[in-house]
Design a protein around this ligand. Structure first.
Ligand code: F6R
Ligand code: MG
Ligand code: MG
Length: 366
């Protein structure tokens, strides 16, 4: 059985101006590094891109997930790019490289990791989603709607191959535990958890009829690794589409709603998610609104072929317009919740340092 693996590994290793976008010199360096790996037959194919200030390495190979050679390639590439970022005095140069000595697996070192391995079908459409200025739990709402909500995905009702539903693996990123929910039977139980997206994140989804993998996401939380705020854990995910999985249009549909996510300014605010083509994936207003891009590939024995920039489409204009309206509205709340995140989620931001100053001034209320 020949398996194709898609590894989407990303990191913010420096950006300009401020946290806006990846410098072209970093993109060029990453392309050079991955081309070398392709020439040496480590990779089958690759695509380098960015979403805002995050450098995204999409790599295909036949070595399955968590392969040390592939992880080292990503790690070395990020380190080389971080060096260039430092030489250019880019903002946050080397930011996500929390650990600088590689020891076999890039997970837990800072970068976000999202990998999927499968036997390619007769035709294998996949969509790589990448977001900036938000957190891994931001995928919870769209993933639920794609794989469990019949009001969004018509195929759940009318396609026999989807009708048995999907199973969601959810990670508790605070307690480091995982649990699986089989939908539709356990749909309400699933929602009881994933409605708390900063803690419970959908990690992967499999099809009930044959346990085939359908989607994977990155769930890495920088602040939990570093113990302090170092930037948001801008997430990535890979979704398989068509012929027994939701159609491409069903996979994209949930993004027509600019749903509210944690992110934007100082990783401390709620702001609506804006689906954009790659040319618009650079959050400027209030370090937001958070952006999501979707690149579609038609895999051919591991070759990525031409990509489709799925949100570069006028049918998402209304979502973008609505997103701006919601941003105007919620911005007017200034430092008040629910624009600012609740206190419990501000633990890893810079706010606790401010509050500490006043600890001694609090008196008991008699
Ligand atoms: C968002 C993000 C930015 C920064 C903000 C302040 O994920 O990282 O919003 O938090 O630009 O950055 P500093 O504190 O580096 O000036
Ligand atoms: Mg940055
Ligand atoms: Mg980012």
């Amino acid at each position: 059985m020949v398996q194709t693996t898609v590894s989407l590994i990303k990191a913010d290793v420096g950006s300009y101006v401020g946290h806006n976008r990846v410098h072209p010199d970093l993109i060029a360096k990453a392309n050079e590094s991955l081309q070398k790996a392709k020439d040496e037959n480590l990779l089958i194919d690759f695509y380098v891109t960015n979403c805002g200030d995050d450098l995204e390495l999409i790599m295909t190979h036949s070595k399955s997930i968590e392969n040390p050679e592939i992880h080292k390639l990503a790690f070395d590439t990020f380190m080389e790019c971080a060096d260039i970022a430092k030489s250019l005095k880019l903002y946050g140069a080397g930011q996500d490289m929390l650990k600088t000595a590689f020891s076999g697996n890039i997970k837990g070192m800072g970068p976000g990791v999202c990998e999927i391995a499968f036997e390619e079908r007769k035709s294998e459409p996949i969509i790589c989603f990448m977001a900036d200025k938000t957190e891994p739990g931001a995928w919870n709402l769209p993933l639920f709607r794609i794989f469990a909500d019949p009001f969004s995905t018509a195929g759940l009702i009318i396609d026999t191959k989807l009708h048995e539903g999907f199973t969601f693996e959810v990670h508790d990123v605070i307690e480091n535990k995982k649990i699986r929910f089989k939908c539709p039977a356990e749909m309400y139980d699933l929602l009881a958890f994933i409605g708390t997206p900063h803690r419970y994140c959908i990690k992967s989804i499999t099809r009930n009829s044959d346990d085939e993998i359908a989607a994977v996401s990155s769930t890495d939380r920088l602040s939990l690794i570093a113990g302090k705020y170092v930037g948001k854990d801008d997430p990535a995910m890979i979704v398989r589409a068509q012929s027994g999985f939701p159609a491409v249009g069903e996979v994209l549909e949930p993004f027509a709603l600019p749903f509210m996510v944690a992110g934007a300014m100082r990783g401390s605010h709620h702001f609506p998610m804006m689906p954009v083509g790659h040319k618009d994936a650079h959050p400027t207003r209030f370090d937001g609104p958070p952006r999501v891009i979707a690149l579609g590939f038609q895999l051919n024995n591991g070759k990525l072929g031409k990509s489709v920039d799925c949100f570069d489409d006028p049918s998402f204009d209304r979502a973008r317009q609505k997103c701006n309206e919601i941003a105007d509205y919620i911005r007017k709340h200034g430092p008040f919740e629910p624009h600012r995140l609740p206190e419990s989620e501000m633990e890893y931001t810079t706010l606790p340092q401010i509050m500490k100053k006043f600890e001694k001034r609090f008196e008991d209320i008699k």
